[in-house]
Design a protein around this ligand. Structure first.
Ligand SMILES: CC(C)(COP(=O)(O)OP(=O)(O)OC[C@H]1O[C@@H](n2cnc3c(N)ncnc32)[C@H](O)[C@@H]1OP(=O)(O)O)[C@@H](O)C(=O)NCCC(=O)NCCS
Length: 267
């Protein structure tokens, strides 16, 4: 049996429409065909088919969605519309197809890939074997930590709040301080608070406030990057201080202000 994976061609329209309609039953065939042909359904995608002895038996496409994470767009690869004609299932065609889609995504520079599927779909184990991680059943999150962006975001967010929220603005009125954030295993970040906003400043000199911690603790106590959690966790802050994961050096009367700045708690 001669099996190969190749790029979709216009001549495949009818057969691929059949496959899609059988597998997903989305809409009448002519509607699907029209969508595939002229509707731009495959613009910016890599549609592939599997051909067995000259007949198209599977189809699917690599897509390139923009995944928004905490305000940043990440271009990634994705898999969509994988299907095999019912009489040809169980012969590894979908597996081959997804492998080829992955190779295509890598060629296009994708560094990671996502897809959506149902937990009880026959496709689920195929994806699992090919390296996809099921985030519905595994309460583990993938940490994409880019410290530079994280800290940029941290500063940006504070400045946004200062612009739109009266409480922190009033609380920090006239407060002009240099903060040195020392991250174990990464680097020092120097910030200057000018009375209205935080700015990055060049290292050197002395800082009125020094915070020594590690990135993981920082993530836990402040309001980043879990975009689900909007404000920081003051309990996590207190635990981190008492366990020595977060050390603050400043004048004692400023300790509370420093905590508020880090956790962003102004109630
Ligand atoms: C899901 C779907 C695409 C799988 O297509 P397929 O070509 O049968 O997939 P594969 O052959 O690669 O894998 C299917 C099973 O056959 C097995 N298989 C692979 N090669 C085989 C072979 N040579 N002989 C027998 N079985 C084989 C695989 O191990 C897999 O088994 P398991 O997952 O139960 O452990 C197909 O069932 C389908 O079109 N379903 C409807 C549409 C759908 O749900 N699509 C997924 C959308 S996300």
């Amino acid at each position: 049996l001669a099996v190969r994976v190749r790029t979709y061609r216009n001549q495949d329209l009818e057969r691929v429409t059949e496959l899609i309609c059988e597998a997903f039953r989305p809409r009448p065939k002519r509607v699907v065909a029209r969508l595939l042909k002229g509707g731009g359904a495959w613009d910016g995608c890599d549609p592939l088919v599997v051909e067995a002895d000259g007949q198209v038996v599977s189809s699917g496409r690599a897509i390139y969605p923009l995944l928004m994470v905490d305000g940043y767009g990440w271009r990634c690869g994705g898999v969509a519309g994988v299907c095999t004609a019912s009489e040809h299932r169980g012969r590894g065609y979908a597996t081959r197809l997804v492998k080829a889609l992955q190779a295509r995504m890598v060629e296009r520079g994708a560094t990671f890939s996502i897809l959506f599927t149902e937990l009880d779909s026959p496709a689920h184990p195929i994806y699992g074997r090919l390296g996809y991680f099921d985030i519905a059943r595994n309460p583990v999150h993938v940490w994409v930590v880019d410290p530079e962006r994280l800290i940029e975001r941290w500063v940006w967010r504070r400045n946004q709040h200062l612009r739109y929220e009266r409480r922190p603005r009033e609380a920090l009125k006239g407060w002009r301080r240099t903060l040195k954030l020392q991250f174990r295993g990464w680097r020092d970040v120097w910030l200057r608070f000018t009375g209205r906003r935080f700015k990055f400043t060049s290292p050197g000199g002395s800082a009125e406030i020094e915070v020594a911690t590690d990135l993981e603790t920082f993530l836990k106590v402040t309001d980043l990057p879990q975009y689900i959690r909007v404000v920081g966790d003051r309990w996590a802050y207190e635990a981190a201080v008492s366990e020595g994961r977060l050390a603050i050096r400043c004048s004692p009367e400023e300790l509370d202000t420093v905590r508020r700045v880090l956790v962003w708690d102004w109630v």
